[in-house]
Every structure is written in structure tokens, then in C-alpha cells.
Design a protein around this ligand. Structure first.
Ligand code: ADP
Length: 405
């Protein structure tokens, strides 16, 4: 059974074709700059990497004007006799779509049908930067593969188990009832995936574990997973809340908006842009949203870069502390995503600041990148782990279960 996983952004489309018999990735890639004058396809077949200029090397029949063109090109490449990995479109048994927001309607993945599409269109209001792009990907695939079953897998679904006291904001209750303003949480597929992998690795029933998952990438969030279910998470109504991130500010006092709109004469949209795109580690350091650049600068003595990294580590520790309280304990703390999987310094700084939990980093074990492993000392009462995330596999697994029923 081969499943195509699609993750559509407003001008990009990521894909992965996975053979679910052995979970092998047959091909993966990214179409970028859709609709612009210089679109680009990066296609990977097993371990070989091809960067194909859209005009020269493959006849795509023109530019990549829209997502439908992008899906057409992806299928063409997958079928190509040199670059491809399948000989007929019929070999794609199902398509799994990443959808960012499923609102309160979806606590699980679903098979896409007309009714689901209508619901997703309603959810677009809640995630205007993401859901419309996800939907465009769905429409495009439906047009090109009308007979292929498709599933939607939501970033929010895993967090639908949060209790009321964790998801409600202390605004007039009618605002929640009438406008759906509440904490939804994101990165759900990643948090759920790494927690399951860790429980399996530790050979312990997840229903017996209290786990804190730290998804630390450009976007970053932390989740408290008690006995297998999400009970709280740092992102909120949107993915702007919680930790400081690459470019996002995370939690700030909401009154700052009113103050700045007067003082700087900025509109709400301009302030929203600052909070989403110009803040976080980029805004603090003035250097980059990439932690590698900021770490380089800090190592050379740049004070603002140092501050940005200190703020990030402090936020991660603070959320871990809060979630220890929320669960009345913790058994496993997991690091994942770009920074969590690759940056031993941040992992060590976070864990070594939590010695009150009876946890300590093992420097040898922590000297690792992207490998499933325990990184705390053998004596630690709480385990720290590195678990590489794999959102595509999780999407493919859910799609397989739903389409096999
Ligand atoms: P997203 O999917 O949110 O864009 P990723 O999970 O791919 O993010 O993480 C990307 C980030 O991970 C990069 O911006 C970079 O800051 C960080 N990162 C990747 N490798 C390293 C490394 N070796 N050291 C420190 N940070 C790293």
C-alpha cells in the first residue's frame, strides 16, 4: 500500500510517497514559489537529490501557476522513468493531507468527503494563513485523482482532549461560544507521534506515563501528555502563543497591542505581522531566526544573540515546570524537531536547569543528533529523550487506517 502525503502551504507543496508495507519513504520533495516567476521543484528519490529547473530539465508544460499545476508536476515526476518511483498513478492507494486547523469538530483524522470539505471551509476563518492553502491542495488532488481516497490529518486534533480549564481563556464566556476563541494547540501529530515512539522504546504502556514533549523548531510548542492524551499545550488560539520562537513572540501581555497601536500608530495587521514575522529569536537578536546563526553570534560574544538564546531556554524550562505541576509529576521529557533533535547545548541547558526533578543530562549520550535515544544519566528519576519526529509517517498511518476500513 503506497500513500502520498501532501502538506500544502500558500506558495509551496511538500510531498512524500511512503510504502506502508515497510514504512520506507520512496520519494519526497518540495515545490516552492508556486505562482511566482521562478518556481522550483526539489525532488528526492531515495537518497538521491535532484533540483530541477522547471523550464529546462523536465517539460512541465509551462510554469507552476497554481497548486493544481504543482500536484500535476509531482505526479509526473513520481511517474518519470528516471526520477520516478511508480509506473502508474493507480499505485497511489490513498492521499493523506496535513490540515492545520480542525476546530472543535475534529478530534481525529477523517476521510475527506463533501461534508468534511464544508467544515474545513468553516475552519479557515480560524487559521486564515494555513487552512485555505491546505484546502487548495485537497481540491487540486481531488481534481487530478478523483477516485483516490483521501484523509485529512489535523494539527489540532490531538489536543481536543484538553480539559476545559486548560483550553478556555478568561474572556466573557460568550466570546468562546459565539466565536470559538479558545486554546486549540498545534503540532499535534508531532507531539502524539514522539510520545508513542518513546513509550514503545521504553517498553512501557503510554497510559502509565506522564510525558512532556518539546517540539522545538522554527515554530515551537510544548505539550503535557498524561496517560497518552494531551492535557495542555503551549500554543493557543493560533500558533503565535507560548514559547518565543524563530520569528514569533510567544506569550506577551495582550495590552501591549493597544499601547503600541497608539504609540507607533500601527494597525492591528501591522502589529500582527511584527508579532508573527519580526519577533522571537530574530527580533531579540537582530541576526536571524535560525538558531545556528544566533548561536554562532552568541559564541562570538554578541550580547543580543546571547539574550535571545537565554530567553528561549528560560521559556522552555518555565513551560516544563508548569506542565510538571499540571500533571503532578513527569516521567519523560522529549526533545524533537529541528532544534530539539540537533542542538545538544539547548537540550543540556534546559535539562540541567531542572535538577530539582532529579534529572541530569549525560553529556556522552547527549552528544547525538537525530537519533532515538535516552540522553539523561542512568540515575535520573525522570528520563530525557531525543525522539526524531515524523509527521508525514503519522499522517500516512492515519490515512492507512481510515482508508482500510
Ligand atoms: P519548522 O518545521 O518549524 O520550520 P524545523 O523543525 O525544521 O522547523 O527546525 C528548523 C530550525 O531548527 C532551524 O531554524 C534551526 O534554527 C534549528 N536547527 C536545525 N539544526 C540545528 C543545529 N544543528 N543547531 C541548532 N539549531 C538547529
Amino acid at each position: 500500500m503506497k500513500i502520498l502525503v501532501i502538506n500544502c502551504g500558500s506558495s509551496s507543496l511538500k510531498y512524500q510517497l511512503i510504502n506502508m508495507d515497510d514504512k520506507a519513504v520512496l520519494s519526497s520533495g518540495l515545490v516552492e514559489k508556486i505562482g511566482l516567476s521562478d518556481p522550483l521543484l526539489t525532488h528526492k528519490k531515495f537518497d538521491d537529490k535532484f533540483i530541477i529547473d522547471t523550464d529546462k530539465q523536465i517539460d512541465f508544460g509551462g510554469k507552476i501557476q497554481n497548486h493544481e499545476d504543482a500536484v500535476t508536476i509531482v505526479i509526473k515526476v513520481l511517474l518519470d522513468k528516471d526520477l520516478g518511483v511508480i509506473s502508474s498513478m493507480k499505485e497511489i492507494d490513498a492521499v493523506g493531507h496535513r490540515v492545520v486547523h480542525g476546530g472543535e469538530k475534529y478530534a481525529n483524522s477523517v476521510i475527506i468527503n463533501d461534508e468534511v470539505i464544508l467544515e474545513l471551509e468553516k475552519c479557515s476563518k480560524l487559521a486564515p494563513l494555513h487552512n485555505p492553502a491546505n484546502l487548495i491542495g485537497i481540491y487540486a488532488c481531488q481534481k487530478i485523482m478523483p477516485k483516490t481516497p483521501m484523509a485529512a490529518v489535523f494539527d489540532t486534533a490531538f489536543h481536543q482532549t484538553m480539559p476545559e480549564e486548560a483550553y478556555i481563556y478568561s474572556l466573557p464566556y460568550e466570546i468562546y461560544q459565539n466565536y470559538g476563541v479558545r486554546r486549540y494547540g498545534f503540532h499535534g501529530t508531532s507531539h502524539q507521534y514522539v510520545a508513542n515512539v518513546a513509550a514503545e522504546f521504553l517498553d512501557t504502556d503510554i497510559k502509565k506515563l506522564k510525558i512532556i514533549t518539546c517540539h522545538l523548531g522554527n515554530g515551537a510548542s510544548i505539550t503535557a501528555i498524561k496517560h497518552g492524551i494531551s492535557i495542555d499545550t503551549s500554543m493557543g488560539f493560533t500558533p503565535l502563543a507560548g514559547l518565543t520562537m524563530g520569528t514569533r513572540c510567544g506569550d506577551i501581555d495582550p495590552s501591549i497591542l493597544a499601547y503600541l497601536s497608539h504609540e507607533m500608530n500601527l494597525s492591528i495587521d501591522e502589529l500582527d505581522n511584527i508579532m508573527n514575522k519580526k519577533s522571537g529569536v530574530l527580533g531579540l537578536s537582530g541576526i536571524s531566526n535560525d538558531f545556528r546563526d544566533v548561536e554562532d553570534a552568541a559564541n562570538k560574544g554578541d550580547k543580543r544573540a546571547e539574550l535571545a538564546l537565554k530567553v528561549f531556554t528560560y521559556h522552555v524550562k518555565k513551560y516544563i515546570g508548569a506542565y510538571v505541576a499540571a500533571m503532578n509529576g513527569v516521567d519523560v521529557i522529549i526533545f524533537t524537531a529541528g532544534l530539539g533533535e540537533n542542538d545538544k547545548v539547548t537540550r543540556a541547558n534546559v535539562i540541567n536547569g531542572l535538577s530539582y526533578l532529579g534529572i541530569a543530562i549525560d553529556d556522552n549520550k547527549n552528544n547525538v543528533r537525530g537519533k532515538l535515544s535516552v540522553i539523561s544519566t542512568d540515575e535520573s528519576k525522570v528520563k530525557a529523550m531525543l525522539v526524531p519526529t515524523n509527521e508525514e509517517l503519522m499522517i500516512a498511518q492515519d490515512t492507512l487506517i481510515l482508508t482500510s476500513q
